[in-house]
Design a protein around this ligand. Structure first.
Ligand code: DUC
Ligand code: ZN
Ligand code: ZN
Length: 471
């Protein structure tokens, strides 16, 4: 069936213009001032609305075992929530059991995604070095389309790798054109700070913030970037939360390191004061790195504007308040680390970014769709242009809504942004040409989402030019 989105304002990273968009089957086939409809066409009127490329959230933890529990959203609830919120592709993290083969883990996680409502890829987490890792990485890249891995510098005994492991794994990844995501916090020092705090009876959620200082994020960020430089490997620092860490990214980029940075909505919108809410409400806001002093927000927005931060990802790592966050009621170190964000990332970035004048529409599209597609090799996604998948969000900028747990699709007993009124209402979401969301309701089918085989960096030309662009 042919679909024509009529009379909308089309936004790409390169421009904003009035046009009709034609989709035949799954693919965008024409963009023109006026496309003549024919009998049998499905017409969508986008007058006075923006026609945007579907959001790509490259940082999700669906169905993720962590800290003796597991995240509250699986691929069913999580991808429905994503779709309603304007996200048409995700890249989720795997989580290999100790000593497990990366290939077996990848197969297991592809299977976990079988009921996805939207397309999904998987970053391979590597939690220890072995010769087998080096043997399996090329197979993952070639046969499973895994163009990105993830290493942690914190969570000792669960996920953390040491510097030598990081160097060896990054080196191999770099040779393959595979980009390494890094969680950059100094796990050893943080563990000691946490121990000291608990011993001193400092058990409230606010101490989660105090025991993970910005300087320990910055130190690890600088170290990861230096190791990537030595390994001549591309590196993506996930969830940059503060000015101190972003400064390290800036220095590395100036040296010519193939370095990229991500921040998340919670660092752009919330701050450390939320950890201090009474009656253990602060537990809802425990994530790592922690929420920071408010002044860091301006530095992060500025980083998005000037290209120092390429991507905004949700780091959707949801835990129920009752029964999961409350595990740490008497000891903040037992609160599972993570915040929700998958359903709200797109509206929050639009509202606080575009509507409130912090970033342009094009920058919004770049950070939520175009850049993640390029960095992580989603060659059919990330832009409204002929030949790309018909992954499209239609957003009415003249309407507003209030975020609430009552109305969310996320499988969660709270919403971190409860009560916030956001300008901009998503009226339609199309995924590969199919309307999967209409007026806030998911109307697609579960299991329609496809596992994405992703390209490696050398096949994404604009990224390869990035080094020169940033000098
Ligand atoms: N940070 C979180 O808050 N949750 C999951 C893991 C992480 O790095
Ligand atoms: Zn992390
Ligand atoms: Zn994460």
């Amino acid at each position: 069936m042919r679909t024509i989105i009529q009379n909308g304002t089309v936004v790409t990273a390169g421009g904003v213009f009035k046009a009709d968009v034609e989709i035949q089957g799954t693919t965008i086939t024409s963009i023109a001032q006026k496309i003549k409809p024919e009998i049998g066409d499905r017409l969508i009127d986008a007058s006075h609305q923006y026609v945007l490329p579907g959001g790509i959230d490259v940082h999700t933890h669906l169905a993720w075992p962590f800290q003796s529990t597991g995240t509250a959203d699986d691929f069913v609830s999580g991808t429905k929530a994503a779709a309603v919120g304007g996200i048409t592709s995700i890249i989720n993290f795997t989580n290999p059991k100790r000593g497990a083969s990366l290939i077996d883990t990848q197969k297991e996680w592809i299977e976990k995604g079988k009921l996805s409502a939207i397309d999904y890829g998987l970053h391979a987490i590597i939690n220890e070095y072995s010769d087998r890792v080096l043997e399996e990485l090329p197979i993952l890249a070639e046969e499973y389309g895994v163009s990105s891995i993830k290493l942690f510098m914190a969570y000792k005994g669960e996920l953390m790798v040491n510097d030598l492991e990081m160097y060896k794994i990054m080196k191999k990844a770099g040779e393959l054109g595979v980009i390494t995501n890094v969680h950059a916090e100094n796990g050893d020092v943080i563990d000691e700070l946490v121990k000291q705090a608990i011993a001193e009876g400092k058990t409230d959620p606010i101490y989660h913030g105090y025991t993970r200082p910005t300087i320990m994020e910055a130190e690890a960020t600088g170290r990861a970037l230096a190791i990537a430089e030595a390994a001549d490997a591309p590196v993506y620092i996930v969830h940059v939360s503060c000015a101190d860490a972003l400064q390290k990214v800036n220095e590395a980029k100036k040296r010519g390191v193939k370095a990229f940075a991500e921040t998340c909505p919670h660092y752009l919108v919330l701050d450390i004061s939320y950890l201090d809410l009474p009656d253990f409400e602060g537990g809802k806001y425990v994530c790592s790195p922690p929420l920071r002093e408010k002044w860091n927000q301006d530095v992060l927005w500025n980083g998005i504007r000037n290209g120092l931060i390429s991507v905004v990802g949700s780091d959707h790592c949801p835990f129920q308040f009752e029964g999961q966050k409350t595990l740490g009621k008497d000891d903040f170190s037992k609160i599972p680390n993570g915040m929700p964000g998958l359903e709200d990332i797109f509206p929050l970035l639009y509202h606080f970014g575009v509507h409130e004048g912090r970033i342009s529409l094009q920058k919004f599209v770049e950070a939520i769709s175009t850049a993640p597609a390029e960095l992580f090799g989603l060659s059919k996604k990330g832009s409204i242009s002929v030949g790309k998948d018909g992954d499209i969000v239609i957003l009415d900028p003249n309407r507003s809504r209030v975020i609430s747990a009552e109305t969310q699709y996320q499988n969660l007993d709270y919403n971190a942004y409860e009560g916030m009124e956001v300008q901009g209402v998503i009226t339609h979401v199309l995924s590969r040409g199919e309307i999967i969301v209409k007026d806030g309701h998911f109307i697609g089918e579960l299991g329609r989402g496809k596992y994405i085989l992703r390209d490696r960096l050398q096949k994404t030309p604009s990224l390869n030019q990035q080094k020169e662009m940033q000098v």
